[in-house]
Design a protein around this ligand. Structure first.
Ligand code: SF4
Length: 374
């Protein structure tokens, strides 16, 4: 069975240390969706703490210019979250980011420029104990690999296969360059927007190398299609124990990226414990606003450290019955909202005559109390 080598990121200053590869749990990452600015660092730190509650192990920031590099350096010194600087084109930004307590720098050697520049990044990473991630994509492969890939496709080789082979070759070349310079603290990612190409590339790389892999389907799309693609790719790769860290890329919030990653890991048996949220789809029988309740409570529940099942059901026909294995559940009928524990009703809330906001406040207060009693 494939097992990746182990590397450790973070552990500098007040930054938490995270082990990647080996038998370590798969680490979850997301990427900050706004420009990083020095004048909003306090707010950024607060938001990072919320992301940590939702299971974020590693957080990446785009660092496209000198001001964001300065903000990144400062941020690494005031949050325990292992931070990654994502650098394209300008190797000096990578060097500057390593002046702080950066956990990792993601570079695409294909657009960093000369070997001397990549070497300078490797040397500083070595000196500062910073992990590097080689991020390869087909758009920035060396010309000979791009040409070969195109020739193979013209000759009838399936596009996903030709592109995956080229990605792996590109990644192996960069990895060989790192190893030639005695640098071993790195991961590899091969980014593709197709599920099959992602799976093929990572499987092929794992046959050649035990370097830990960062998995992600890039430009995966909006919430639903992005989760579908990521789930298909990750679950296939997890069958072979491939993947040391993951990011679910979505045209959506960081919170939803984290929740999606968590759910994929749980359903693939890669993470135990935590809240399991069961909710019905709702139908014409509904007597309780399942969608509204889930919307209000989802993030709050996923930030809970309890190892319990929560059921949110639309009606009493199936509510307590279908949710009888839930540690806590909620449903409703006409003017009553019912809370149940393991199928037994423990609270009845009369919501007759209440406005929507009054009803929500009443329901949430009772639910919170019952939840905390578990
Ligand atoms: S629990 Fe009730 S409202 Fe929800 S889907 Fe089932 S029958 Fe419909």
């Amino acid at each position: 069975m494939y097992k990746a080598d182990t590397i450790r990121i973070g552990g500098k200053g007040l930054v938490r240390s995270v082990t990647l590869g080996g038998d370590a749990p798969i680490a979850v990452q997301t990427m900050w969706k706004q420009p990083l600015r020095e004048d909003t660092l306090a707010e950024t730190v607060r938001k990072i703490a919320e992301l940590e509650q939702l299971g974020c192990d590693i957080l990446r920031f785009a660092v496209p210019d000198a001001p964001s590099a300065e903000a990144f350096v400062k941020l690494t010194r005031i949050t325990p979250m292992p931070l990654v600087a994502d650098i394209h084109f300008d190797y000096r930004l990578a060097l500057r980011c390593m002046d702080g307590d950066a956990a990792k720098i993601r570079i695409n050697p294909g657009n960093i420029g000369t070997e001397e520049r990549v070497k300078a990044v490797i040397q500083k990473a070595q000196d500062t104990g910073t992990v590097l991630r080689i991020g390869v994509n087909t758009g920035s492969l060396p010309a000979d690999l791009r040409n070969r890939m195109e020739e193979e496709m013209q000759a009838g080789r399936e596009a996903d296969e030709a592109r995956a082979a080229a990605l792996v070759e590109g990644a192996c070349r960069e990895a060989a360059f790192f190893e030639t310079h005695g640098f071993k603290q790195y991961l590899v990612s091969m980014k593709a927007s197709s599920v099959r190409e992602t799976v093929l590339a990572n499987e092929l790389f794992a046959q050649k190398s035990a370097v830990p892999l960062h998995l992600g389907v890039t430009e995966a799309g909006p919430l639903v299609s992005g989760i579908v693609k990521s789930t298909l790719a990750f679950s296939k790769l997890f069958e072979h124990n491939i993947g040391s860290t993951i990011r679910v890329s979505l045209s959506d919030t960081m919170e939803n990226e984290l929740i999606a990653a968590r759910e994929i890991l749980m359903e693939c048996g890669k993470r135990q414990g935590g809240i399991r949220l069961v909710s019905c789809p709702r139908c014409g029988r509904n007597g309780f606003d399942v969608h509204g309740f889930v919307e209000r409570w989802q993030r709050r529940l996923f930030a809970e450290k309890k190892d319990i099942t929560v059921a949110v059901m639309g009606c009493v026909v199936n509510g307590p019955g279908e949710g009888k294995f839930a540690d806590i559940g909620i449903t409703g009928a006409e003017n009553m909202v019912l809370l149940f524990k393991r199928g037994v009703i423990v609270q009845r809330i009369d919501v007759q005559g209440l406005s929507d906001s009054e009803r929500n406040a009443a329901v949430d207060a009772v639910f919170e109390k019952e939840l905390q009693s578990l």
